[in-house]
Design a protein around this ligand. Structure first.
Ligand SMILES: [Zn+2]
Length: 100
């Protein structure tokens, strides 16, 4: 989805419509110790040895296949008038957010 660099939106701080910069917030690093992650399973001592390992038996060779190709993108709006109002809003489902 294409987004313009600036948009005229309502700023709750200025209490009127102002020009606001559009930015995609940084996503941060995903934790490798998430629930159900391979690292966590290994640390817990699961997923080792021979024999039936329950639900982890199947996961050994199978990759979790992604079914959804798009995600809801977060958009960060920064007010250019007060420079303090920063608002994040969840946008529409898109594959990639292009600002410019
Ligand atoms: Zn403002």
């Amino acid at each position: 989805m294409k987004m313009p660099k600036t948009l005229n939106r309502y700023c709750p701080r200025c209490k009127k419509k102002t020009e606001q910069k559009v930015k995609e917030p940084s996503k941060g690093k995903p934790s490798s110790l998430k629930r159900g992650s391979k690292v966590r399973m290994r640390l817990r001592g699961l997923w080792r040895g021979i024999g039936n390992q329950g639900k982890y038996s199947r996961m050994k060779n199978q990759q979790k296949n992604k079914r959804k190709t798009t995600k809801k993108t977060n958009i960060l709006y920064t007010c250019t008038v007060c420079n303090k109002g920063k608002y994040q809003k969840q946008g529409k489902r898109t594959g990639k957010l292009v600002i410019g």
